[in-house]
Design a protein around this ligand. Structure first.
Ligand code: C5P
Length: 237
């Protein structure tokens, strides 16, 4: 297992706040995630300020466009210093786009693909015209298979899809899972959720956790408490 599987989502446009959180949380988490909200506001310079705090960065920009544009975008992102540990595209971009993305990244970051957003229920997925004849879970597994065949290292999926994704691919195909809520936390806009412990039990490799940590009065304490539940699980195994 990855040493500390917690990836804290630093969803803020404020560079100083994100850097402060990265510094305070470094002893308690394994990764920090920067997404659109941060990167659109602060660009490569803001990214570098946070990355310098030393946590490996998951740059969650979810690229989704034609193969040539996605590959060119990723080549630009590969110039970031330090390079993101993990970077992602949407699996629904299709096989050619995924292959072009893998070629552009060329093993310099772990490239993963978003399957189905964890904020979508099966009804939402069908309404959007996806997976009309199957469940969101089967659709996620099929997209994971496509991503693996294209040479990607893993997927972003709901904790509820991890077992199917692993069964459709291989054990070492990474599953990065948002939609994680400690038992006593608010669900907010997430729908297909699990507790950190249940997600890890199902075989998830990296747990993306945002508001339950960053929205806590004491984020370091919240991260420490979540990490403790995961360690107990390792001891129980
Ligand atoms: O605050 P919360 O724990 O819900 O944060 C989850 C993070 O994971 C957010 O940054 C969100 O954009 C991201 N994410 C997600 N579902 C996906 C992919 C990414 O919630 N399928």
């Amino acid at each position: 297992m990855i040493q500390n599987p917690i990836c804290v989502a630093l969803d803020t446009p404020d560079v100083a706040r994100a850097a402060e959180l990265a510094r305070d949380l470094k002893p308690h988490v394994g990764y920090a995630k920067l997404g659109m909200e941060f990167f659109y506001a602060n660009g490569p310079e803001g990214y570098e300020t946070v990355a310098k705090e030393g946590l490996p960065i998951f740059l969650d920009l979810k690229l989704h466009d034609i193969p040539n544009t996605v590959a060119a975008g990723l080549r630009s992102l590969m110039r970031l210093e330090p390079r993101p540990a993990i970077i992602n595209v949407h699996a629904t971009g299709g096989a050619d786009m995924l292959r072009a993305a893998a070629e552009a990244v060329d093993g310099r970051s772990l490239l993963i693909a978003v399957t189905i957003l964890t904020s979508l229920s099966d009804a939402d997925i069908h309404q959007a015209g996806f997976a009309v004849d199957r469940s969101g879970r089967d659709h996620a597994a099929a997209l994971a298979k496509l991503a693996r065949a294209a040479g990607l290292a893993g997927v972003v999926c709901s904790p509820q899809d991890v077992r199917e994704v692993k069964a459709a691919t291989t054990r070492d195909f990474l599953t990065v899972v948002p939609g994680i809520r400690p038992a006593d936390a608010e669900v907010q806009d997430q729908k297909r959720i699990a507790t950190p412990r249940a997600a890890l039990d199902d075989g998830a490799d990296i747990l993306v956790i945002g508001r339950p940590i960053t929205g806590a009065a004491d984020p370091a304490q919240a991260a420490r408490a979540i990490a403790a539940t995961l360690m107990r699980q390792e001891a129980d195994r």
